[in-house]
Design a protein around this ligand. Structure first.
Ligand code: NAD
Ligand code: TYD
Length: 352
C-alpha cells in the first residue's frame, strides 16, 4: 500500500480517487482536515476498504511513526501543505508550521522507519514530495521557462516555506540516502478545487452574481495544468523516477489571468447563461494587486517528457470545459464549502 498525506485536499483527493480507480493497491490517507481538507471529496470511497482515512497532523511524529509500522507502505507521498499564497501573506505562521516543520517531522519519522526495513523493502521504498513551480520565483516575459536547475528564488511566505521543504527533502537524500523524489508543478485546476483560488473562485462568484476580482492589470502569467494530468505525472514519477531527482510538471499552457477569467465567462455564457442575457464578463472587476505578486511562472517539463514519457492528456480548452461543467453539476459541493457544512462531514460519517 501507499501512504498519502493531505489526501482530503484538492490535488490529494483527485490523486486518491484516480489511484483507486486504476488499481486495487490500498491508500492510507493522513490529513489534518484544515479548512482546505474536505472529506466530501472522497465520499465515493465511503465503505471502500482500500481507503483508510486517518485524521492527523504530519507534524505529529509519534502518530506518523505508528502508522508507518502498522501499515508498512511501500511509498509515502507528501501532498499535505498550506497552499494559498494570499493566506500566507496575511498569516504566514501556519505555512512555516506545516510546510517546514511538518515536512521535517514527516521526514524524520520516515527516515527512522526506512532504516528498520529489510533490504528489498528498503531498496523499493520511495518518499515523493509534491512541490510547486513557485519556489523558482518570477520570470520576465522573455525569459525561458523554469528547468529543474533554475535557482530557487521564492517570493511569498508560501513559496519560501515550500522551498524550505524541498531543501529538507533534498538533504535527507544526500545525507541519509533516503530514496526521495521531488516534483515541482505549475498551477492546477479541476474538480474539488477550493473556491479561494482563481479558477474556482471565478466560477462560483460568476454563478452567484458577485464581482470577479482580477488583481492588478490581470496580465500575470501562470502555466495551467488539469489536476488529473498532475496526478498521472506523479504516478509516473513514483513508478520510474530516479531517486534524488527533481521533475518539473507543467501543462505547456501559459496564459495571463485575464484570459483565464474571460474563458470561464465565455463557457458559462454557453452552459448557463445569465438570466438578464448579459455576458458574465460584466462582473469582472479589477482590484488592488497582491503584494509582491509574481509576474510570470512557466514550467519546462521536457525532462519528464523525455526521460519518463509523460505528457498531459488535456489541453486547456478541454480541461477548463470539464472543470466548469463539474462545478455546474456539483452545486451541493459548492454550497457545503461556502456554508462550512463540509467540515461536519467528518463528524457525520467518520464518528466512532
Ligand atoms: P489544498 O490546500 O487543497 O490541500 C492541502 C491538504 O493538506 C488539505 O486536505 C489539508 O487539510 C491538508 N493539511 C494541511 N496541513 C496539514 C498538516 N499539518 N497535516 C496533515 N494534513 C494537512 O492544497 P492542494 O492544492 O491540493 O496542494 C497539494 C500539494 O500540491 C501542496 O503541497 C501544494 O504545495 C502542491 N501544489 C499545488 C498546486 C496547485 O495549483 N494547487 C500546484 C503545485 C503544487
Ligand atoms: P491563485 O489561484 O491564488 O494561485 P497562485 O497564486 O498560487 O498562482 O492565483 C492565480 C493567479 O490569479 C495569481 O496571479 C493571482 C490571481 N488571482 C486574481 O487575480 N484574483 C483572485 O481572486 C485570485 C484568488 C487570484
Amino acid at each position: 500500500m501507499i501512504l498519502v498525506t493531505g489526501g482530503a485536499g484538492f490535488i490529494g483527493a483527485n490523486f486518491v480517487l484516480d489511484w483507486l480507480a486504476l488499481s486495487d493497491e490500498p491508500v492510507v490517507n493522513v490529513d489534518k482536515l484544515t479548512y482546505a481538507g474536505n472529506l466530501e471529496n472522497l465520499s465515493s470511497l465511503q465503505g471502500d476498504a482500500r481507503h483508510v482515512f486517518v485524521q492527523a497532523d504530519i507534524a505529529d511524529g509519534t502518530c506518523i511513526s505508528q502508522l508507518l509500522s502498522q501499515y508498512r507502505p511501500r511509498a509515502v507521498l507528501n501532498f499535505a501543505a498550506e497552499s494559498h499564497v494570499d493566506r500566507s501573506i496575511h498569516g504566514p505562521e501556519d505555512f512555516i508550521q506545516t510546510n517546514i516543520v511538518g515536512t521535517f517531522r514527516l521526514l524524520e519519522a520516515v527516515r527512522a522507519h526506512w532504516g528498520t526495513l529489510p533490504a528489498p523493502e528498503k531498496h523499493a521504498f520511495r518518499f515523493l514530495h509534491v512541490s510547486t513551480d513557485e519556489v523558482y520565483g518570477s520570470l520576465a516575459a522573455d525569459e525561458p521557462a523554469f528547468t529543474e536547475t533554475h535557482r530557487y528564488e521564492p517570493n511569498s511566505p508560501y513559496s519560501a516555506s515550500k522551498a524550505a521543504s524541498d531543501h529538507l527533502v533534498r538533504a535527507y537524500h544526500h545525507t541519509y540516502g533516503l530514496p526521495v523524489l521531488t516534483t515541482n508543478c505549475s498551477n492546477n485546476y479541476g474538480p474539488y478545487h477550493f473556491p479561494e483560488k482563481l479558477i474556482p473562485l471565478m466560477i462560483v462568484n460568476a454563478l452567484a452574481g458577485k464581482p470577479l476580482p482580477v488583481y492588478g492589470d490581470g496580465m500575470q502569467v501562470r502555466d495551467w495544468l488539469y489536476v488529473k494530468d498532475h496526478c498521472s505525472a506523479i504516478r509516473r514519477v513514483l513508478q520510474a523516477g530516479q531517486t534524488g531527482e527533481v521533475y518539473n510538471i507543467g501543462g505547456f499552457n501559459e496564459k495571463p489571468n485575464i484570459q483565464i477569467v474571460r474563458s470561464v465567462c465565455v463557457l458559462l455564457d454557453e452552459l448557463q447563461p445569465r438570466q438578464d442575457g448579459q455576458p458574465y464578463s460584466v462582473q469582472i472587476s479589477y482590484v488592488s494587486d497582491r503584494p509582491g505578486h509574481d509576474r510570470r511562472y512557466a514550467i519546462d517539463a521536457r525532462k519528464l517528457e523525455q526521460q519518463l514519457g509523460w505528457r498531459p492528456a488535456e489541453t486547456f480548452e478541454s480541461g477548463i470545459r470539464k472543470t466548469v461543467q463539474w462545478y455546474l453539476e456539483h452545486p451541493d459541493w459548492v454550497a457545503h464549502v461556502q456554508s462550512g457544512a463540509y467540515r461536519e462531514w467528518v463528524q457525520k460519517h467518520y464518528a466512532p
